[in-house]
Design a protein around this ligand. Structure first.
Ligand SMILES: [Zn+2]
Length: 868
């Protein structure tokens, strides 16, 4: 079995994708993050290649060019090249297929126009990667020069007001790269160049390649071909099959290991989309990091400011009112998601509900029916519909063992306009939802005490996943702070839960309300997160039109005024951009305004749930796999909840403020709260949690595993408590507040000493002795690092422990004496400078630090459990 039970809260897959990517990383790709290039404004190329005005001139010019370039094929008359054998499609470009060759006929009007080119993996070798993986995207142009068409990437890294003298230099410092050159073979009647493009889709042009994603060695063109091509009015789609060689067994974390030997090569289907960017870019809205939006950034050299100015635009859909004067209007073009035909029929209504849950937020921004979910239309309803056409956004249902979901989107890098946003839901998300719901709501909701969960409940859980993913597709990143902004005592109050929910944002990694006790008699529908006050606020801030402003800059006073609503309503606030160990930015938390109270209640429920597991999961005629899965999920829940408490020690409460908002941006957690947190850890982690080792469960599983797992969690948490970052923060708090007011490192050590060595039953059990030994190792590990301001305190603690061990070694039975004697010897050796290096184990890895930085660095939304 390979359940991962590391007490980190964010065990996510290391792929580059999507909505869960860091919002702070400027990315030309908007969502995919597969290139790190900052994006934006397409200034027209200063050197538009000369274009002949008539076919005669084209051919004449071509003749001389061809003469000068003897290696190039001669221009052929159009009808000799595009013969009657050609299969021609009309669309953004004309596509001609002749035998196995693909030709583009590029209308002259589209030469030099910015186009978005995207490559996506649509079918992958089993166990190697996952479907829907975005490989690369870039803004490109096709330019004609001397009978060649050059595919160039367009850089948007720098911009400048074109009227300023610096403008040509700005353009000169981001010369567009030529990705490939293709010979013109003929010209259409209107002078449109015809080029053979098969090579563009059968080799690795620029960064358009699946090699990195597949961890492959090389592309074999002999085993690669163009499968099909489609021309749509505003886009093209070319599907190719690429075959790669693999150096070694490529297995993506989170994928079950394949029973057979991994292949030495594998084929991948790559879909290329070439999309026309809107004629008029949408007016951008400038980003403010006090409210969460994905964004794009650019460096503007053309402002009156000293130096360059980094400007960031939010990602959002173009919503315009049908009736601009009305306070509430339908949009000219609603945001529509089409529900994949592969979606199980019984889930379709829940998926639709999950999408349209966002309308409440858009109504606050003045739009009615802004967000819609539809089934695939019939040919009569929409003859042009094709889920491959990027004009249509699709909620895809993907058969994969990965228990996850994600929501990548395509942006116009000039304006931040979201052009397309597919949401991908993996079938196995249902198992993850089951595991969470059972271990979080299994005490308060009787439906979660019997398996399988009823369809309407599972439907609501999937609907919740869809709403979260659609949130990413609307431009919203995670808001880990949200769950800590409600008073914890409100989270068992039915009235509050009805109006406010248990978390202000569905974009937090807050799951199901695990604080609610069975005796609270709360309607279980209220245990599931939904679009909350923060989401409504962010939608209003990002999407409400500001007709009085003519420029993005002119919107700023209004936007700033709207933001100040956060002053009085803390639950409208967003993450702090620079993580400062905010205890409220932990993942998987409910009620982390006071995690001690939240965890106390949560663990009360978890005790009941673990007891319920054998009755619900052991079934006649079945193996114990479900029991094992749910038991592992219970451990995850236990470590997650303890992790939120751990974050209080040496933690801060932070708030992002701008210049016009007075006061400090962060304050240390008061000493009394830190003492409470360590007390809870002493009781729930350092005293053996015998309830978790429920014999009715463990007797059905491998007997030796759980005790050692417990020790591993304890050791990791102790490392987390004493990691150098945390002790440094504790010392900083001491320096700022004074020794009398702060919770000091020596007090933390004394509290741990008392919990681990001086508790009444200490020394009596093997598990306690193992913990004592592990704690001593952790302390000694810390002495191994040389530049550690806490070293003196840690060393002093070892000196305090030594006589304690000596005294204990003189009493008790033979085993106990041996134990204390061994601890004494180890301490003695560690304190001896001659033996210091030998005593220090290598590696000070800190396993546990839940929070913002880790959470935002991940790519998927839903931590995956690995199943055997
Ligand atoms: Zn997410």
């Amino acid at each position: 079995m390979s359940h991962r039970l590391t007490p980190s809260t964010c065990l996510l897959l290391a792929a580059t994708l999507s909505g869960c990517a860091s919002m702070t990383a400027p990315s030309a790709t908007g969502a995919q993050g597969s290139t790190a290039k900052p994006a934006v404004l397409a200034a027209p190329s200063p050197s538009t290649p000369p274009r002949p005005s008539a076919v005669a001139a084209v051919v004449a010019a071509a003749a001389s060019a061809v003469a000068a370039d003897a290696g190039s094929p001669e221009l052929r008359p159009y009808d000799k090249l595009i013969t009657t054998d050609a299969r021609t499609q009309d669309g953004l470009f004309k596509l001609h297929t002749i035998k196995n060759k693909l030709y583009f006929e590029i209308p002259k009007a589209l030469l030099d126009k910015p186009l978005l080119m995207v490559a996506t993996a649509t079918a992958v070798p089993a166990s190697v990667d996952h479907v829907g993986r975005a490989l690369h995207q870039e803004v490109v142009r096709f330019s004609l020069k001397n009978n060649r068409v050059y595919l160039q990437s367009i850089s948007h890294a720098f911009v400048s007001d074109p009227s300023r003298p610096i403008a040509p230099a700005v353009q000169g410092s981001q010369r567009d790269a030529i990705l490939t050159a293709l010979q013109v073979e003929s010209y259409g009647k209107d002078g449109a160049p015809v080029i053979e493009v098969s090579r563009l889709f059968l080799s690795e042009v620029g960064d358009f390649s699946a090699r990195t994603a597949l961890r492959a060695t090389g592309l074999d063109s002999n085993r690669s071909y163009i499968e099909r091509s489609k021309a749509f009015p505003a886009s093209l789609r070319i599907d190719a099959v690429h075959t790669y060689g693999f150096a070694s067994a490529p297995v993506l974390p989170g994928m079950p290991a394949m029973p057979t030997q991994p292949p030495r090569s594998g084929s991948v289907d790559v879909a290329y989309n070439i999309v026309q960017l809107p004629e008029t870019p949408m007016r951008p809205r400038l980003m403010d990091d006090r409210v969460g939006f994905f964004g794009l950034s650019r460096l503007d050299f053309g402002t009156a400011e000293h130096g360059s100015k980094r400007e960031r635009l939010i990602s959002r859909w173009r919503l315009e009112k049908k009736d601009p004067a009305a306070p509430m209007s339908e949009p000219v073009k609603p945001i529509v998601w089409y529900i994949d035909k592969a979606t199980p029929a019984w889930l379709v209504p829940h998926v639709k509900k999950g999408v349209e849950a966002w309308n409440v937020a858009f109504e606050a921004a003045g739009f009615k029916n802004a967000v819609q979910a539809r089934s695939y239309p019939s040919k009569d309803e929409d003859p042009e519909f094709d889920p491959d056409d990027v004009r249509y956004s699709v909620i895809r249902w993907v058969p994969s063992a990965i228990a996850n979901a994600y929501g990548p989107h395509l942006n116009d890098p000039r304006s931040g306009e979201i052009l397309n946003a597919n949401v991908v839901i993996y079938h196995n998300i249902m198992q993850l939802q089951r595991d969470w719901y059972v271990t979080q709501a299994g005490a308060a909701d009787r439906r979660a005490q019997v398996l399988p969960l009823p369809d309407d409940l599972m439907g609501a859980l999937v609907g919740y996943v869809v709403t979260h993913e659609v949130g990413h597709s609307l431009g919203f990143p995670h808001n880990m702070k949200a769950s800590s902004l409600y008073p914890v005592d409100k989270l068992r109050d039915a009235e509050w839960l009805r109006t406010m929910g248990h978390v202000p944002s569905i974009m937090d990694y807050s799951r199901f309300n695990y604080l609610v006790q069975p005796e609270d008699k709360i309607d279980p529908a209220l245990l599931i997160p939904r679009v909350g006050p923060y989401d409504i606020f962010a939608t209003r801030w990002g999407y409400t039109p500001i007709p009085t402003a003519d420029t993005p800059e002119a919107e700023l006073p209004t936007l700033n005024a709207w933001l100040r609503e956060q002053d009085d309503k803390p639950w409208l606030r967003f993450n702090t951009p620079r993580p400062v160990s905010d205890f409220g930015e932990t993942a998987e938390a409910v009620g982390d305004a006071d995690a001690v109270t939240a965890t106390t209640l949560g663990l009360k429920n978890l005790r009941r749930i673990v007891k319920q597991l054998p009755a619900m999961a052991i079934k006649r005629g079945q193996d114990d796999r479900t029991l094992e899965e749910l038991y592992a999920a219970s451990w995850s829940q236990w470590t997650n909840e303890l992790g939120h408490v751990l974050a209080i020690v040496g933690g801060y409460d932070s708030r992002n403020k701008h210049g016009d908002q007075a006061g400090a941006t962060s304050s240390p957690v008061p000493r009394v709260q830190q003492v409470r947190a360590v007390k809870l850890l002493s009781e729930q982690l350092l005293s053996t949690p015998t309830w978790l080792l429920e014999p009715a469960v463990t007797e059905r599983l491998r007997p030796f595993e759980w005790e050692s797992r417990l020790l591993q969690v304890q050791r990791n948490m102790l490392r987390g408590l004493l990691n150098p970052g945390r002790t440094a923060r504790l010392q900083a708090q001491e320096a700022a507040q004074g020794a009398a007011r702060a919770y000091r490192v020596d007090q933390l050590l004394a509290d741990l000493r008392s919990a681990i060595f001086n508790a009444p039953a200490v020394g009596s059990s093997l598990l306690q002795r193992n913990l004592q030994r592990a704690y001593l190792d952790v302390l000694i590990e810390r002495l191994g690092s040389t530049q550690d301001p806490a070293k003196a305190v840690l060393r002093a603690e070892l000196k305090t422990l030594k006589p304690l061990f000596a005294a204990r070694a003189a009493t008790g039975d033979r085993l106990a004496r041996a134990h204390w004697d061994e601890l004494f010897d180890t301490t003695q050796r560690a304190l001896d400078p001659r033996a210091a290096s030998a005593a220090a184990p290598a590696g000070l890895t800190v396993v546990l630090r839940p929070g913002f930085a880790e959470a935002e660095a991940t790519d998927f939304c839903w931590p995956a459990h690995q199943h055997p």
